[in-house]
Every structure is written in C-alpha cells, then in structure tokens.
Design a protein around this ligand. Structure first.
Ligand SMILES: [Zn+2]
Length: 224
C-alpha cells in the first residue's frame, strides 16, 4: 500500500514534468482515508497532490515544520480521530527540504511566538550540535536537521498513547518518515517505518545515526 503511494508520486512527478517541463523549476523558485498525513504548512507541499490522491483519501494535519507535539490538543485530536475512529492504517510524517520552520529554528534570531513552537527543533539541533556543525554548507546542514526532525516526529508518534493503545488492541497501524523535495516533486523514504512496539524500540536505538550523512561532502552533494 505504501509502495503504491511512492509509485503514484513518481508517476505524478513524471506527468507534471512531461506536460510542463518548467513546473518544478517554477515551484522551487517560489516558495474512508487509510492514511493520516502529518506535514508542514508550507503551501508548496500539498499533501493530496504530491501522492496523487483524491480528496477524501488522505486525512491531513499540517503545522509549521510538521511537528507531532505530545502536548498539542489540535494534533492530539487529529491523531486520536484518525487512529480510533477512521482507523487509518498508515501515519505518514512528511517533512521537506529547505523547511522555513527549521530554518527559523536554526537562525538564532527572535521571531516571536513561533520560537516557542519551534523550540523542539532547536533542541534537536543543539543535542547533536557537533555533528550538525561539521556540515559546513548551511543549506546542507538545514536539510540534515529537516531529516532529523522527521525522525524525531516518527518517534513521537510511535510513543503516543493513542498509537500504543492501538497496537495493544492489535490494530494494524504503521508510522512512516518521509521527506519531500520541492525541487523535483519526489518523496524520499527515510527508512524509519514503525509498525509495532518492537519496531519503535529499534527505531529509538537507531535514530541517532539515521539522519547523519557519511561526511559533510556527502551532505552537500546530496540533492537538496
Ligand atoms: Zn516547512
């Protein structure tokens, strides 16, 4: 089922590019559902469109920098409804490269209320600052934090009591970490899918290494 979405995404990107070869260049220059999508509010990442699903096929929650905060009533209401009422089979946390929320969190500047919202991302960066600061190119560093943030949100969803209770009931439910590139319209799977408590435990053990590129050069040369 999830692979089907990836294929739809590839097809969608190819069709768009064939009909209008300038489509992605222009975009990057500006700035009973089976799936719950947790994505960024960024207008360039329209959830249904990028996985080529019709309205009604995707339950969507979007906020700045695609966070899954365990104290946010809005997010928790969406998650509980999706898991317990809609009984979605997949929760997809989809970040995107070049995220303005992540950029603001790394900037060190004051922006107002949003600084409080973005504090978990700042903490994520500071907890591993030596690793991230080895990536000399700022855009590459930003994108590494974007990936790390997606993985952190997958961990948060997998640790959420609504999700844990669903697994305890034997409900089929998988959490996935994806990241989207505005430059080419394609989604990358970050290889952090979790479909039960054991998976979640493994993810906790693995995540520190997952977002880390092999070298600063590798991070800089990756498609961003
Ligand atoms: Zn964003």
């Amino acid at each position: 089922m999830i692979e089907d979405l990836r294929k739809r995404n590839v097809h969608w990107a190819a069709t768009k590019a064939r009909i209008d070869p300038e489509y992605f260049r222009r975009l990057s220059a500006q700035q009973s559902p089976d799936y719950l999508w947790i994505g960024c509010s960024d207008a360039r990442v329209p959830a249904n469109e990028v996985v080529s699903l019709d309205p009604g096929e995707l339950f969507v929650h979007r906020n700045v920098a695609n966070l899954a905060p365990p104290q946010d009533a809005n997010f928790l209401s969406v998650l509980q409804f999706a898991v317990e009422v809609l009984k979605v089979k997949h929760v997809i946390v989809c970040g995107h490269y070049g995220c303005g929320g992540v950029r603001a969190a790394l900037s060190g500047k004051r922006h107002g209320l949003i600084d409080h919202w973005l504090a978990p991302i700042r903490c994520l960066y500071e907890d591993d600052v030596e690793h991230f600061d080895r990536i000399l190119d700022f855009e590459a560093r930003l994108n590494a934090v974007c990936e790390a943030n997606v993985l952190a949100q997958v961990r948060a969803v997998a640790a959420n009591p609504f999700v844990l209770d669903a697994w305890t009931r034997g409900q089929r439910l998988a959490i996935h970490g994806w990241i989207y590139s505005i430059k080419d319209g394609l989604i990358r799977d970050l290889g952090a899918s979790v479909s039960g408590r054991k998976d979640a435990a493994r993810l906790r053990g693995r995540t520190a290494a997952l977002p880390k590129p092999a070298s600063p050069r590798a991070a800089e040369s990756a498609d961003r």
